[in-house]
Design a protein around this ligand. Sequence first.
Ligand code: PDD
Length: 283
Amino acid sequence: MPRVAYVNGQYVAFHQAAVHVEDRGYQFADGVYEVIAFRRRQPIDEAAHLDRLQRSLAELSIKPPMARRALQLVIRRLLARNRIDDGILYLQVTRGVARRDHGFPNAGTPPSLVMTVRRSRPVPPATMAAGVAVITIPDMRWKRPDIKAIGLLPNVLGKEAARQAGAYEAWMVDAEGHVTEGTSTNAWIVTRSGELVTSPADHSILDGVTRRTVLRLATAAGLTVRERHFSVVEAKAAAEAFLTSTTSYVLAVVSIDGAPVGDGRPGRVALQLRHAYEAGVAA
Ligand code: PDD
C-alpha cells in the first residue's frame, strides 16, 4: 500500500509530495510542527497536540491553515488512506510561499500545511529493558523553545553528537548549569530522597504532551512531584533518570556523560511510569 501525504489541500503519493522552493519553512524555518502518535488509527492525545499547535501558531502570528474540526477531519482521512495502524503523524504549518523577504508576506498569503504518516519504529524491547545513555551539551537554542518551531539546528547537531558518542540523547544545559531538556525529549530525575523532578514549563523547554501525561500519572500514583530546575550535578547524583516523548514514551536513562545513574539500571519509578503510560495508550 503506497503511502499518501497531505500537501496544501491535496492527498498525494508520498514520493511525489513537495512544497515550493520559496516556502518560508524551507527558506527561513518560519513554521511550526507537531508529531502525533496513533494506535489502531486513533491519534493519541490529539487535543493536547492541537492545543499546542494553536499556541505555537499564535505566538508566531501564523494564521491557522484551517479550522480545528477541519484539521481533525484531514488527519482522519490521511490515516485512513495510509492504512497504517500504529504510527506517527507529522504535521507542519509554515507562513506560506512568498518572494524571499524577512518580513511577513502579504496578509493574504495562505499558510502551508503538510502532513505525513509513517509506521512507528518503537524503541526495541532490549533498549527499553537496558535503559539508554545520554550526554550533556550546551543549550545554544534561541530563547523560545516553548514554541514548537521547525528551526531545529541545535537539536539536530545535539542528536548527532549523542549518536557519535554512542548515546541515545543529548541533554541540553543552560548557562546556569541547569538541564533544560533533551534534543527531542523532556528530561526527568528522581532524587535520592524520592522527589520526581522535571524542568518547569517556562520559556526554556517544550511543554511535552507526554511530559504532562506523566506528571498527571505520577501525581495520581502519589509520587512527590516537583517542576523545578535541576543541575547536571544533581542529575548525575540522582537515584534515577528518564526521558519522555511522543516517540520514546518513558525511557530510563542509565548513564549521563558515561557515569552510571544510580545503580546503572532502569529505576523503579521510571518503570512504574512507563507501565502506567503504556496502559493509558493501550486503552
Ligand atoms: N519531539 N522537547 C523537545 C525539544 C521535543 O522536540 C519534543 C518532541 C519533546 C517531547 O514532547 P512530546 O511529549 O509532546 O512529544 C520535548 C518530537 C517527538 C519530535 O521532534 O520528533
